[in-house]
Design a binder for this molecule. Structure first.
Ligand code: SF4
Length: 445
């Protein structure tokens, strides 16, 4: 009997992508085939995002499209955890589950698309020890925890994903090692709050490679650094203990084990707004912390995200944010105009900022940052960097340096005759010849 076919639509952030990979791996392990088109599939799973209103809309549209094209649809992901919105908009969906619920999705698939599992005949997933990956073969997201203990007032993730649950460090390391054995060259460590890794289990001691190891960001970063691939840390908050990780990034020390890159979502610079946001580490002196990090690791790239026009933000407080930007000289920055996400506590705060002002502040913020990013990129002209090739585009290779995370940061575009010989996943040494607003250009040396 031919395998039953499941179509899959994966929306949302890297954390949702990891959920998608889990479900796809399980489907394949049970002998379902993955169909690339709606028409050819016997059923479609849509993994949704519900973070901001535009993501909700995109997810609802994707569900509508899958229903129109196929008819049999199971919905999972963050939007599934947001009350009845999916069922109300699309009453014909077969089942709705929240994020991080591969087992429930599989139950719904079994119910609506029963399939007799024959382990002797069914396809085993390729790279069975790591499952199916949705990222290119040479990099992978490594999810170390699920959920979050904070209650930032603009965010509904904790209500969707629950409190922090850290994965056992031995499991995380095993997965990392399997990925490296399968050819992955870069691991991107993700969670809602990477610096809080292990808090829920009181930094309990686990085991890896027969040795005791504590469930803590520092120990994890050090152990990952020993795997010999690029390790990039995302969603790290500026707690004092983060200082201990910076020497692992400094190339001038014997440590130099992980990429000199920190993704720290600062969100604002005004202490009053940070307090209203209930941000973790809101009382820390962030500028002093950044200065100290750069003193230990001058090559450190700092990426961050901010919100402009948070309820109650005055022009003076917004100006404080711009001043912070000028002073902090961050390398990579994203900014959202505040968007009142349904269910977020911040919506009830007094003095909401009108939409046009929120947008205008966002634009001003980006203008300020663009100048800073440009100047910082310009400083790299003439330097020699190690880069990892992502793709080949005719006679150019599109690569990334230690300063560039996939999807969110810039790229290094390599030209010249040697570029065409590169393959995705190759490391290359490149001399930077030119800098644009976001990307660098270079030639192989
Ligand atoms: S730290 Fe704040 S923004 Fe991040 S997931 Fe937790 S509550 Fe949401």
């Amino acid at each position: 009997m031919p395998a039953k076919k499941v179509g899959f639509v994966s929306l949302g952030c890297p954390k949702a992508l990891v959920d998608s990979e889990r479900i796809l791996t399980q489907l394949r392990a049970e002998g379902y085939a993955i169909s690339p088109s709606y028409n050819d599939a016997d059923l479609v799973v849509v993994n949704t995002c519900g973070f901001i209103d535009s993501a909700v809309e995109e997810s609802l549209d994707a569900i509508g499209e899958a229903l129109a094209e196929n008819g049999k649809v199971i919905v999972t992901g963050c939007l599934g955890a947001k009350g009845d919105i999916v069922k109300q908009t699309h009453p014909k969906v077969l089942a709705v589950t929240g994020p991080h619920s591969a087992d429930e999705v599989m139950k719904a698939v079994h119910k609506h698309l029963p399939h007799k599992h024959n382990p002797h005949v069914d396809l085993v997933p390729p790279q069975r020890d790591i499952g199916i990956k949705l990222t290119p073969k040479h990099y992978a997201y490594l999810k170390i925890a699920e959920g979050c203990n904070h209650r930032c007032t603009f965010c509904i993730i904790p209500s969707m994903r629950g409190d922090l649950v850290s994965r056992p460090i031995g499991d995380v390391m095993q997965e990392a090692q399997n990925l490296v054995k399968a050819g992955v060259k870069e691991l991107l460590v993700i969670s809602q709050d990477t610096s809080a890794y292990g808090v829920d289990v009181k930094y309990r001691t686990g085991f890896w490679g027969g040795r005791p190891i504590r469930t803590r960001m520092l120990e994890l970063a050090r152990a990952l650094g020993d795997l010999g691939v690029w390790i990039r840390l995302h969603y790290v908050y500026p707690y004092p203990h983060v200082d201990e990780v910076i020497p692992l990034m400094a190339q001038n020390t014997t440590e130099g084990k992980i990429l000199p890159y920190l993704d720290v979502p600062f969100q604002h610079a005004s202490p009053r707004i940070l307090k209203l946001m209930k941000r973790p580490a809101n009382a820390e002196n962030t500028l002093a912390r950044i200065k100290a990090w750069r003193a230990i690791c001058p090559e450190l790239t700092i990426r961050s995200t901010f919100i402009a026009g948070f309820p109650g933000e005055t022009e003076a407080e917004f100006q404080q944010l711009l001043d912070f930007l000028e002073e902090a000289q961050l390398d990579r920055v994203g900014c959202f105009a505040y968007s009142p996400v349904e269910g977020a506590a911040a919506n009830a705060l007094p003095n909401p900022v009108p939409e046009d002002v929120r947008e205008e502040r966002r634009a001003r913020f980006m203008q300020t940052q663009e100048k800073i990013s440009k100047a910082r990129l310009k400083q790299k002209v003439g330097k020699t960097l190690t880069v990892l090739v992502d793709s080949i585009d005719n006679d150019k290779a599109v690569a990334r340096s230690a300063a560039d995370a996939p999807e969110i940061d810039g790229t290094v575009i390599i030209t010249g005759s040697a570029a065409a010989k590169l393959k995705p996943g190759d490391f290359a040494t490149v001399k930077i010849t030119r800098a644009g607003a976001h990307d660098l250009h270079g030639i192989i040396v």
